[in-house]
Design a protein around this ligand. Sequence first.
Ligand SMILES: Nc1ncnc2c1ncn2[C@@H]1O[C@H](COP(=O)(O)OP(=O)(O)OP(=O)(O)O)[C@@H](O)[C@H]1O
Length: 226
Amino acid sequence: MQITFDRAEVRYGAYVALQPLDLVLGEQRIGVIGLNGSGKTTFARLINGLVKPFAGRVTLDGLDTVKDEKAVLSKTGFIFQNPANQIILPIIRDDIAFGPKSRGVKGDALSRAVDGVLAQLGIAHLADRRPHELSGGELQLAALAAVVVTGPELVIFDEPTNQLDLKNRAMVQAAIDALPQQAIVISHDLDLVSGYGRVLVFHQGQLVFDGAAQAAIARYRELALS
Ligand SMILES: Nc1ncnc2c1ncn2[C@@H]1O[C@H](COP(=O)(O)OP(=O)(O)OP(=O)(O)O)[C@@H](O)[C@H]1O
């Protein structure tokens, strides 16, 4: 999918959270790094229309995040910083079924869809658990399953390995790497994006670097230590 920012700017009241941005993204994996408060989440939410541009526009394959809000939402999935907050039903299987069910999928087709995504992410053993019985990494995968089952073309992750131990981190990284969908990954975990062909660095609401991972990480380190 081609994501196009056309002088897109975000303000919260008088505060400019994202300076006017011109950018075209089409890569399969895109990393987003930057210091706390640099505008990464704002940038990510602009893509699926959760944040609306104060000026300019953002389009996904020509669909405008404001005018075509519903179509944009159905093409994108978002995994929030705290995935526990996006699991709304008490049993994981039911939560994953919720999205397709509300779009009219039922019976065997619904079971197949849910079982398929549980198998794809290797979490069939978690199907009958409750969210509080899951580790941080398992919660990420459960939230991802509920998103993937709705068939998005793009999945946006907001700090997916935040506060995970090495085992859970590896599990989440493997799941992201194996995802057939295009993915945009915001992260303070530099290793996670170190293999990506394109990494964006934000600083004080501005895109200050756009290029290969190692050079992006070097730029980020400079900013962090200056
Ligand atoms: N709804 C809002 N209203 C007012 N200010 C906001 C709002 N959301 C974010 N901000 C401010 O905009 C700036 C950018 O925030 P954003 O969450 O996009 O940064 P970030 O790079 O994702 O940060 P972090 O790494 O800490 O998650 C911050 O100064 C933040 O306080």
